[in-house]
Design a protein. Structure first.
Ligand code: NAD
Ligand code: LMR
Length: 327
């Protein structure tokens, strides 16, 4: 018997990331190959025609699991009764715009979208914020949706996690799938901290296999941190297919579980590791039965603490930058 369809909202539907993401969701890559989905697509009024074009292409794929599509410029229509929401659409940085202006422009968007989710989404909706600055946008969304559990509003650190996996795999000649217990902490920004201290490859400690702490600190960490900028430099556009892939990984694992494996997710802190409550911070997490748990009790070395302090400081500054809007 066919299952009832789940409703998945995706914002920024006319943009680059969605040009990959929507097709992956419709193909069953998030909810599974036996789960019909209804896509509820949000974009700005001036992008509605472009969204219609993308939907024509979705139709032309004849995806058996695509049970319906809604196109709208109204967040309350897009988020009505949704089981999951990918918040991808955001204001890009325009010429002459300072980081503070970008923060404020996005704060306004995510305040409205948080309020709309609060009003009309399913009470157990799973939200993934991709649009940058992703952690702080997730923080604003959560603050603007007081009736939803703050834990259900997450930010995307998975691209950083996947980038680090791939760099480590290349360094030691391993398959990225064999690297376990990697953690990416903090902000989705160049200050993120890719932490390999607990990671293993087929039971062997990754730091021992790498055997090059100088490369780890001096090359791996900055390479992962600046990867987004390197892609913009090379492509003239920001990462899109890899970002969509990371969004699929994040939501699929949250829904279906990780079998004890660690993933990195931007999660509203419960105070663990000294991160102030409510700050949306990248933590290692294990997913099962549709929920997740932060991996607790890890030892934080002096170097790790110094890296956590840097990325936390950036997030606290971002929080202060939007305090006029969030209150
Ligand atoms: P894009 O510019 O191609 O598309 C963005 C889309 O969002 C556009 O169609 C635009 O009209 C729409 N939009 C803008 N404001 C909106 C609003 N208020 N409501 C609904 N839609 C709105 O951008 P993209 O390449 O798809 O990237 C989207 C965002 O994802 C950017 O902020 C980018 O920096 C971010 N990103 C995050 C990660 C991550 O790892 N967290 C990785 C890559 C990109
Ligand atoms: C990325 O990491 O690729 C994105 O967040 C885009 C960017 O601005 O770095």
């Amino acid at each position: 018997m066919t299952k009832p369809a789940v409703r998945v909202a995706v914002t920024g539907a006319a943009g680059q990331i969605c040009y990959s993401l929507l097709f992956r969701i419709a193909n069953g890559d998030v909810y599974g190959k036996d789960q019909p989905v209804i896509l509820q697509l949000l974009d700005l009024p001036q992008a509605q025609n472009a969204v219609k074009g993308v939907v024509m292409e979705l139709e032309d794929c004849a995806f058996p699991l695509l049970a319906g599509v809604v196109i709208t410029d109204d967040p309350k229509v897009a988020f009505k009764d949704v089981d999951a929401a990918f918040l991808v659409g955001a204001r890009p940085r325009s010429k002459g715009m300072e980081r503070a202006d970008l923060l404020l422009a996005n704060a306004e968007i995510f305040k409205v979208q948080g309020a709309a989710l609060n009003a009309v989404a399913k009470r157990d909706v799973k939200v993934l914020v991709v649009g940058n600055p992703a952690n702080t946008n997730a923080y604003i969304t959560a603050k603007s949706a007081p009736d939803l559990p703050a834990g259900n509003i997450t930010a995307m650190l998975r691209l950083d996690h996947n980038r680090a996996l791939s760099q480590f795999a290349a360094k030691i000649g391993a398959n990225s799938a064999d690297i376990e217990k990697l953690a990416v902490w903090g902000n989705h920004s160049p200050t993120m901290f890719a932490d390999y201290r607990f990671a293993t490859v087929k039971g062997e400690p990754l730091p021992k296999l790498v055997n090059d702490e100088e490369w780890y600190r001096g090359t791996l960490i900055p390479t992962v941190g600046k990867r987004g900028a390197a892609i913009i430099e090379a492509r003239g556009l920001s990462s899109a297919a890899s970002a969509a892939n990371a969004a699929v990984d994040h939501m699929r694992d949250w829904i279906h579980g990780t079998n004890g494996g660690w993933v990195s997710m931007g999660i509203a802190s419960d105070g663990s590791y000294g991160i102030p409550e409510g700050i949306v911070f990248g933590f290692p997490a294990v997913c099962s039965n549709g929920s997740y748990e932060v991996v607790k009790g890890l030892e934080i070395s002096e170097y790790a603490q110094s890296m956590l302090n840097i990325t936390l400081k950036e997030l606290l500054d971002e929080r202060d930058g939007v305090s006029a809007i969030v209150g």
